[in-house]
Design a protein. Structure first.
Length: 308
């Protein structure tokens, strides 16, 4: 199994060989296909057919067809000066019913993936991904580079492989199937059962109601504990004042320190119960901790009943 670096080196080798051909010597489109496009397709890991007839009337006969992808991908090759006109050809091909709505347009150096997204009565034709090997070929010709990693344009090769190698192309096809078409999303929405949506809505509302009830319970429990703590401290202060008045200052000082600490603990405990209680207990209102808190809350409520 070849990795991306292997494919970079192979494409570099193809461009090195092509750089020795004089493009001004009447290089035809078929020469370009034979000397550049086909070797690059092989370096990318594609199995392909040349000018495969897709219809009996020969109306769909692209320059090449990719055979080892889970879709019928076609390719159109144009000379550099005819590249723009090739866009119309690729559009005609990929909007045909026997061909996948994805195709490749190339002149051997410029490579571009085009998609035709179906609408209600037509197609939206657009460029999906592209890469250009022209800077790489120019640097090979000018600098006589031997090691591919010495090239300033090395990142162009890496970008090309990351888009057009067989494995990466297949990944893009999977992404297009999942996210690339509004039509697919609409079709999925239409298949969802309305009754199932209603059940989901009811479950969601029930879950929200339970969480709200838990939130109110913990807030109420925290308030009761806090209120009881304040009352207890008030009683302690009154007792301390009485003892101070009678001359028991030494023991009262230690007692005050003890109960002040306990008061702070109770106050912090009430804050914790009110804030993180729902997180600790989760969805269950009748778990062990919940029952413990309820028993405390009930006892406190009996000690300090709320007035209507």
């Amino acid at each position: 199994m070849k990795n991306s670096q292997d494919r970079v080196r192979e494409v570099f080798g193809v461009l090195q060989n092509f750089s020795e051909i004089n493009e001004n010597s009447g290089l035809t489109e078929q020469d370009r296909v034979r000397e550049l496009v086909h070797p690059i397709l092989e370096a990318l890991g594609f199995d392909f057919s040349s000018q495969k007839q897709l219809l009996e009337d020969s109306s769909v006969r692209p320059d090449f067809t990719i055979d080892n992808l889970p879709a019928n991908i076609i390719g159109e090759v144009k000379a550099p000066r005819g590249y723009e006109s090739g866009k119309e050809h690729i559009k005609d091909y990929i909007t045909h019913e026997v061909v996948e709505n994805i195709g490749i347009l190339t002149d051997g150096l410029q490579w571009e993936i085009y998609v035709a997204e179906p609408t209600e009565d037509s197609f939206i034709f657009r460029s999906y991904s592209k890469a250009d090997l022209t800077p790489v070929l120019e640097e090979i010709k000018e600098s006589k580079i031997i090691d591919v990693k010495d090239m300033y344009s090395y990142h162009h090769l890496e970008q090309f492989i990351s888009i057009f190698s067989q494995s990466q192309f297949q990944r893009q096809l999977e992404e297009m199937d999942l996210f690339g078409s509004e039509t697919n999303v609409q079709a999925l929405a239409e298949t969802i059962d309305v009754d199932a949506l209603e059940l989901l809505k009811q479950e969601a509302n029930k879950k929200i109601s339970n969480l709200m009830e838990q939130h109110r319970f913990y807030q109420s429990t925290g308030f009761r504990i806090g209120r009881t703590t304040v009352i207890s401290i008030s009683i302690l202060v009154s007792i301390a004042a009485l003892l101070v008045e009678r001359g028991g200052i030494g023991s009262v000082s230690a007692l005050l320190n003890l109960y002040t600490g306990l008061g702070i603990v109770f106050l912090l405990g009430s804050a914790v119960i009110g804030i993180i209680g729902p997180v600790m207990i989760g969805d269950s209102q009748k778990g062990p901790l919940s029952e413990f808190i309820e028993s405390i809350s009930s006892s406190l409520y009996q000690m300090n009943p709320q007035k209507d």
